[in-house]
Design a protein around this ligand. Sequence first.
Ligand code: GDP
Length: 455
Amino acid sequence: MSLYQEETIVALATPNGIGAIGVIRLSGPDAIKIINKVFKGKDLEQQDSHTIHFGTIREGEKIIDEVLVSLFIAPKSYTKENVVEISCHGSKYIIDAIIKLLIKQGARLAKAGEFTLRAFLNGGLDLSQAEAVADLIASNSKASHQLAMQQMRGGFSNELKSLREQLIHFASMIELELDFGEEDVEFANRDELKNLVLRLIAHISHLIRSFDLGNVIKNGVPVVIAGKPNVGKSTLLNALLNEERAIVSDIAGTTRDTIEDEINIKGITFRFIDTAGIRETQDIIEAKGVERTFEKIKSSAVVIYLFDPEETKEEELETILADLKAVTAQNNSQLIVVANKADIHPFKSSRADVLQLSAKEKQHLDLLEEALLQAVNVNLLNSDEVIVSNIRHLEALQKTEEALGKVMYGIDNPVTSDFLAMDIKQALYYLGEITGEVTTDDLLENIFSKFCIGK
Ligand code: GDP
């Protein structure tokens, strides 16, 4: 155990502010000893793991609060250390007073993410699972929740570990060849190695490709509504947003901080970007409007292009759509073309790539929602497929892929075993970075400092 883990840490685990209950968490070798000094009730040092005890927390004779204390004795806890959770009344005064008291008795305030860092250092979680804890806490839709849960439960790690083990086997065979120096021996069958590397590259590039989906799920799918002034962009935006709010407020007793300009369709969050721009469109002259559309497409995953059939000639539409298709394809984003105002001017064309609806009358909005879901590859989500959603993982995978490319080159060309061994080691290093077999203090600091205190 490092010196640093000999300290017992304390933090509030529930959100700051007033609540019915606040939970304060202690972790470290002295967690139970420290709480026992200020707790009046049973002798907590004599109790079993996974038990709950009622009593009071006192500073001298003064009662600060009546509390419930839960005990988790090492190694049967989240951090694998002794852990104590104190459920007190959720008053800021009480919480502060208890934390101060615990610090006086020898605990120190936890740093951001320190509980989870300890869980990682003590082998309770690997690094990608620890990162998933933060994602799980931040998840705000069914899809992002599913993604984080899968990662936390080790789906991604298990896959990488098995890839890594196969490579390690070959690396050790090649090392063995090196030991034989001048003799011309090949323990690592080059054809088998080539096969393995090809499989690894295919697998890793598949994971890399999944990031586009993982990223939009985690952060919401950025959508732009584009079109000339007065075609009904703000009406459509409001119709979509209102529909969502109406559904949400239908559920009795729910309150929700509605995030402006976001909707949730079947568990996927769609984020309408540059909506301020839409609301101001009246002031933008037409040519500028089109120019701005192309600008905006760059930051979106889906573009809804809205037009008014009455105001748009067929040839003009052809030209605009051809341009938009080129730009969206280049940007790897999806295009949904919508003819609005169907209530007064139905779009008379047999084009299959144009949806018709009325934003004002809220007709056929469901078609648009369906098209939005189709635009992100939702089918993937429903499978058990591992999806990468973390930029750090993406970067490590890209570096692994590059290193494996070099290994491939090394197999096909007359390079010596030591070069081959080096490239394999490089690939192993980057794979190991994801799950934490390979770490540096900077890397850990960087990951865990993004957590909240108390996690
Ligand atoms: P924007 O400039 O593209 O944001 O367009 P607005 O949403 O401000 O709409 C311009 C005008 O078109 C407003 O008077 C809307 O009421 C009207 N409008 C929008 N959608 C529809 C629709 O589906 N049917 C009809 N009849 N009018 C619509």
